[in-house]
Write a new protein. Structure first.
Length: 93
């Protein structure tokens, strides 16, 4: 395998892992998911807001970036963070 391919694959895997880990640690410390859901009003509104943010990020990377969105480490981090944030605690469902 080409070394350049492995370097890019490493970036595509490490950045989202670091993002998810930071979100997890911050949620354990500050319980921001619970606060966001209470601020927005309901879990369905929370999920709609996450979908809108993810669509805005996808639109930006598709139209204003010169690379494929899924080959961009920042978008991949946003994408995986979206799935992490969709996981809502049972007490709030």
């Amino acid at each position: 395998m080409d070394l350049e391919f492995l370097m890019e694959l490493g970036r595509l895997l490490i950045y989202p892992c670091i993002t998810i880990f930071l979100l997890y640690v911050l949620n354990m410390k500050f319980s921001y998911k619970v606060k966001l859901i209470k601020l927005i009003g309901s879990t369905s509104n929370y999920k709609v807001l996450l979908v809108v943010v993810c669509l805005i990020a996808l639109t930006y990377f598709v139209f204003f970036s010169d690379r494929n969105a899924f080959r961009n480490p920042i978008f991949v981090s946003i994408y995986f963070a979206y799935f992490y944030l969709l996981n809502i605690p049972k007490e709030l469902r």
